[in-house]
Every structure is written in structure tokens, then in C-alpha cells.
Write a protein that binds this ligand. Structure first.
Ligand code: ADP
Ligand code: ASP
Ligand code: MG
Length: 390
């Protein structure tokens, strides 16, 4: 009998009604397959817990922060197991530590080291549907860890690998991976299949339909993923090592970037970037000159960044000032990009009088930074000129 892992994200389990619906999907799959389930917290719950912890001055990196923000998953797993039992199935819920899913001690963005399949295999053998909390692990210090935002996707992939499952199904509120976030650009098209490399780049650069680390893990362990909707029946998108022959796959968008000028007395700006990265703050460098540089940073990371720079300013002698608030990054995703592709994309935007503030190129992506007021127009132009319309 085939074995699958089904993961349900926050919107799929947002209410008791949605949990009942998800239980029906699981029941249907259970008639022909062995099914293990992974769940997220109900929509909005993790954000609330993050807010509570941050209001008390606790951020990623603090083990107690992880205890707080991981707790929503336990509620969903328990509620779903209860619902399945009410329907006459055998089921049981698991916290990450009960599997156990062992991780590094990087609280807030822990890395999975191993997943013990023993309990899950026994359950599947006995016809029990195991429901595992996504997002959670346990460190060698015997403390609860979390796998970074969106980390239930990673749990699902790692559990699929541990069980040698035939497929990892990720159920969400969208019916697959689209050429652009369909909530932002309704003309976006669903992609039938996409290679791990391109999906990883899309996820890394803002397409939160899958967590970046989950795609990386799937690629390393060759776990086949299907992204589908729990709201409508559909084919979804397959993510695998199958190659496609298209050059452009899609656009990934990051909004809410703010520009900061940082003035310092160091020989180079690199120690400051490294310091920010230690706290998982990724930034894009816009301009560098002697003793100052300007960066783009995610708006939600500003309080954390300001805290870190104030704490370190006596050592690094750093001053900062915010310049402009509203930048967005459009990342054109595909394969085999050259400088010529980069120039073409810049020129197509410039023709439409859209200023490109920064443009970098990687093998699978070209990043273009524009003012957010020009975002939708830029997406439309790039979507058409990259031939992403059907
Ligand atoms: P879940 O709560 O199920 O984990 P997420 O909110 O993490 O779901 O991811 C689904 C969301 O990802 C969609 O609602 C959509 O707005 C967003 N998204 C961003 N880029 C894309 C894309 N290229 N294709 C599909 N969805 C995307
Ligand atoms: N609940 C966690 C989050 O919101 C993990 C997840 O949903 O994947 O980030
Ligand atoms: Mg998600």
C-alpha cells in the first residue's frame, strides 16, 4: 500500500469546520493509502504568540520564545486527532519531541538532524492515523525548538523522508504554485511542475507557498512534493527533480522593504552585515562608500535591527537613519540566466519609466528592486515580457 504524508497549513485548519473538512480529506485518502498527517497552528495563532513574546522583549534565539510560538500546533494536532476518532478512525497526536524530531539548538530557526520513524511506522502498521505537530523539534539541550516561520512544510518533508513516503502533499489555500502570488496578481498562472532548484529560489525570494528550507531538504532527500488546495479539488503543482525546458518559471515578490543608511567607523561594512545575519536579518546592500552604506531590510525586522545596532553601537560606533520606507523586490526565477537577460529586464522596466534601484543576478534568479508604488505595474510588464502568460 502506498504511503503519503498530508500537511495542512494554517488556513486549512483555521476553524473547527475546516478541521472537520480536513479530516474528511484524510479519511478519503486513508481508504487506499497509509496516511501520516502534519499540521500547522490555526491561522493567525502563531503571529499572536510571536507578538506576545516580542512585547516582552523575547526574539528568535531564545529557547523560551520557541516554547511560546510552537504551542499553536499542539492544539491543532489534538483537535484533528479528536475529530478523526469521532469519525470512527484510530488516531493520535504527537508533539515534535514525542517522535522525536531532533534538531540543532538554533532556537527560532533550528535545523532538523534526525526524525525517528519508529512510532509513526508502528501506528501506520496498526491502522492508526498519526497527526504530528509541524514546526516543532527538540534540541540536545532537551528544549523545544522551532524550524523558522512556515516550518511545518519542513516537518512534512522530513517526516515523508523518514517514512520513505511516496508523496508529500502540502495543502494550502492556493491550488498550487503560481507564476506570481495569485493574491497579488490574479492573472498569474498555475505551474504544473517545477524543479526543486527553481522552487527553492522562489521560496527564498518571497513565495511563501513553501518554506525555503523544506524545498532544500526535499531536494537533498529526493522527496516528491505536491502543493494543492484543501478548499477545492485540483491537480496542484508537483515539485521534483524533473527538468523543464522553459527559461522563466515565475516571479517571487518581497514587499515592505525599508532603506537604511548606516554610518560607521569600521574598515568595512561586512562585520555589521554579519552581525545582522547572526540574528537572521537578511539585508540587501544598495550602496557602499567610505564609512557609510545603505541597505534594504524587511520592515518587520526593524525593531530587532534597531535593538541590535543600539546594543552594539558602543563597540562598532554605528549610527543609522531610515531613508525611504516602501521598496519591493521582484525576483525573476528561471534557469541559466546571463548578464544579457539582466540588461533586458532592466531596460523593459525603464522603457515604462520605472526606476530600478538595484539589480543582482544569480543562476536561478534576477532580483530587481523598485518602489512599491510601481510594484503591480512592474509585475504586469515582467510577467508579459517573460512569457509567463498561458
Ligand atoms: P499555509 O498557511 O497553508 O502554510 P501560506 O500562507 O504559508 O499557507 O502559503 C500560501 C500563500 O502563499 C498563498 O495564500 C499565497 O498568497 C502565497 N504565495 C506567494 N507566492 C505564491 C506563488 N507563487 N504561488 C502560490 N501562492 C503563493
Ligand atoms: N505555525 C508556524 C508559522 O506560522 C509554522 C507553519 O505554519 O508552517 O510560521
Ligand atoms: Mg506556509
Amino acid at each position: 500500500m502506498a504511503c503519503i504524508v498530508q500537511k495542512f497549513g494554517g488556513t486549512s485548519v483555521a476553524t473547527l469546520e475546516r478541521i472537520k473538512h480536513v479530516a474528511e480529506l484524510i479519511a478519503e485518502a486513508h481508504t487506499t493509502k497509509r496516511v501520516a498527517v502534519v499540521v500547522s497552528a490555526m491561522a493567525g495563532v502563531t503571529n499572536k504568540f510571536v507578538e506576545y513574546a516580542q512585547n516582552l522583549g523575547s526574539f528568535e534565539g531564545d529557547a523560551d520564545y520557541d516554547s511560546v510560538v510552537s504551542s499553536g500546533e499542539l492544539v491543532t494536532a489534538g483537535l484533528l486527532a479528536i475529530t478523526l476518532k469521532n469519525m470512527g478512525f484510530k488516531s493520535r497526536s504527537y508533539a515534535g519531541w514525542q517522535i522525536p524530531i531532533e534538531t540543532s539548538s538554533n532556537y527560532g530557526s533550528a535545523v532538523i538532524q534526525s526524525v525517528n520513524p519508529t512510532n509513526l511506522e508502528r501506528d501506520l502498521h496498526e491502522g492508526i492515523i498519526p497527526v504530528v505537530c509541524g514546526f516543532q523539534g527538540i534540541s540536545s539541550e532537551n528544549r523545544i525548538t522551532t524550524l523558522g516561520r512556515g516550518g511545518s512544510d519542513l516537518t512534512a518533508v522530513a517526516v515523508s523522508d523518514a517514512l520513505k513516503a511516496d508523496l508529500c502533499e502540502i495543502y494550502s489555500d492556493v491550488d498550487g504554485v503560481y507564476t506570481v502570488d495569485p493574491n497579488l496578481y490574479p492573472q498569474a498562472c498555475r505551474i504544473d511542475k517545477i524543479h526543486y532548484n527553481e522552487m527553492k529560489e522562489m521560496a527564498a525570494l518571497g513565495a511563501k507557498v513553501l518554506q525555503e528550507q523544506s524545498v532544500d531538504y526535499a531536494m537533498k532527500k529526493n522527496v516528491r512534493i505536491r502543493v494543492a488546495s484543501s478548499f477545492v479539488e485540483n491537480k496542484g503543482t508537483i515539485i521534483s527533480s524533473d527538468l523543464t525546458d522553459r527559461k522563466f518559471s515565475g516571479l517571487a515578490i518581497t514587499q515592505n522593504l525599508s532603506q537604511f543608511k548606516i554610518i560607521h567607523e569600521l574598515e568595512s561594512h561586512l562585520p555589521i552585515i554579519e552581525l545582522l545575519e547572526q540574528y537572521f536579518i537578511r539585508c540587501e546592500v544598495l550602496k557602499v562608500s567610505n564609512g557609510k552604506f545603505s541597505i534594504l531590510v524587511d520592515r518587520t525586522k526593524i525593531p530587532l535591527m534597531q535593538g541590535i545596532l543600539s546594543k552594539e553601537s558602543c563597540i562598532l560606533n554605528v549610527k543609522r537613519e531610515m531613508i525611504r520606507k516602501n521598496f519591493s523586490r521582484i525576483s525573476v526565477i528561471g534557469s541559466g540566466f546571463t548578464q544579457c537577460d539582466r540588461e533586458k529586464l532592466i531596460s523593459v522596466l525603464r522603457k515604462a519609466k520605472i526606476e530600478v534601484f538595484c539589480c543582482s543576478i544569480r543562476e536561478n534568479g534576477i532580483n530587481l528592486v523598485v518602489l512599491t508604488e510601481n510594484l503591480l505595474k512592474s509585475i504586469d510588464i515582467l510577467h508579459k515580457s517573460c512569457g509567463l502568460r498561458e
